[in-house]
Design a protein around this ligand. Structure first.
Ligand SMILES: [Zn+2]
Length: 405
């Protein structure tokens, strides 16, 4: 259809195509190729009537009159009785507007392209004052797009967690799953991050661990060393929404933050840790992927010795006010009394203050950056919303890649 109108702008040909495959017998009589040609055509009738609408159209009447009475106005001109703005056909207020948008977005030659591309196609050919707004509304409400396309932009802004005040009080908990099974049967890593110092602890564990296993691990490896945390952030894994898990932390007065992929309550830290740890492990184990468990403590040391992007300090430095001895320190440097020890308390306070300020700033930056890919949308009780159902929510065997999203 658009091709048809394109012709029409440049020639005397007015199309009156009315051969949409409406009748069954026609379909049978035609070859598949012919059927396709017909499918690609569009019924355009009543084009001549459009001319009669200009005179009474609130947007175009003055330009129309100017052209009729030969007062050539800025951009407007008459061709074959139709009003043009530059090279675009002016569309008076009528069902034509919706028809043209529909044809460009979901017509026979269209493929439900997004708002911008639909708009570009129309703007090259037609003009009416609220073209932009009309296209946005149409595409936003297109039921096919809503059902079959994943939205590229997440709804709901990032909700940054409050900046922690001190060391080992506010923790994030996550798992790296799907690793090669080691001799001890471990196939996952539990990652515990102190949100203040960014110090990480990695524990080998099993994918099948339930909330009780994880709690035992946490108490043995974490609480025994650093005390009971004030808050614990994790994703919404079934383990973390179980009654046992909630009840346990409630009794310890630890606040649980459950973050969701669609409404992340996070500072992005744990994702960075997981990615970096994955890369480090690959480098360490190289051709022996099942040996990752043996390398984990080495990884942890390396991790906590590196300056962190958000704090600007090494986690070791924040927690212990000094870096632990490295192999090179022990082997190469002579043992000498450090003057820093005398000022440890003062130094510690300085570091903690600096880290806190740095964290506040970097959390703000993270939120700004994350929100640039997201949009704020307020929903009210009773609103209808489309939910994207992920693969794991489909009954077994019913999911295919081409399912509605
Ligand atoms: Zn669509």
């Amino acid at each position: 259809m658009l091709a048809g109108l394109f012709f029409f702008k440049n020639s005397h040909l007015f199309y009156n195509i009315r051969s949409r495959c409406s009748t069954g017998w026609q379909m049978h009589a035609l070859s598949r190729r012919a059927a396709m040609l017909i499918r690609l055509q569009t019924e355009i009738t009543g084009l001549q009537e459009m001319k009669t609408l200009y005179a009474a159209d609130e947007d175009f009447t003055s330009f129309w009159e100017q052209c009729i009475f030969g007062k050539s106005s800025s951009d407007y001109s008459l061709r074959h009785g139709f009003l043009f703005k530059a090279n675009c056909l002016c569309i008076p207020k009528s069902s034509w507007c919706q028809f043209l948008i529909k044809e460009s977005h979901c017509g026979s030659l269209a493929a439900h392209v997004g708002r911008d591309r639909t708009l570009t196609q129309l703007q090259a050919r037609f003009y009416w004052p609220h073209l932009n707004r009309d296209v946005s509304q149409f595409v936003e409400r297109c039921p096919v797009c809503q059902t079959y396309k994943g939205t590229s932009q997440n709804t709901g802004l990032c909700m940054p967690l409050p900046t922690p005040e001190s060391i080992w009080e506010d923790l994030s908990l996550d798992f790296i799953l799907g690793l090669p099974r080691t001799r001890t049967g471990a196939d996952s890593i539990m990652v515990v991050v102190d949100r203040f110092s960014k110090m990480d602890h990695f524990f080998p564990c099993k994918k099948t661990f339930d909330a009780v296993h994880i709690a035992k691990h946490l108490f043995k490896e974490k609480v025994s060393l650093h005390g009971v945390p004030r808050s614990l952030t994790s994703d919404r894994d079934v383990k973390f929404i179980s009654h046992f898990w909630r009840e346990l932390w409630k009794r310890l007065h630890t606040e649980l933050n459950l973050s969701s992929a669609y409404h992340p309550q996070t500072d992005g830290q744990i994702e960075v840790v997981n990615r970096t740890l994955g890369n480090m492990l690959r480098c360490f184990v190289q051709d022996h992927p099942k040996k990752w468990e043996e390398m984990l403590s080495q990884d942890e040391f390396a991790f906590n010795s590196m300056p962190n992007r958000s704090t600007g300090h090494c986690p070791f430095n924040i927690v212990y006010t000094k870096m632990p001895n490295h192999l090179v320190d022990v082997a190469v440097l002579p043992k000498c009394r450090s003057t820093a020890v005398a000022h440890a308390a003062k130094q510690f306070k300085n570091i903690v203050d600096r880290v806190h300020a740095q964290l506040t700033e970097s959390n703000l930056k993270y939120k700004q950056q994350a929100d640039s890919h997201r949009r704020f949308k307020k929903f009210y009780p009773g609103d209808l919303v489309m939910l994207r159902v992920r693969r794991e929510h489909f009954p077994t065997g019913t999911y295919t890649k081409h399912n509605p999203r």
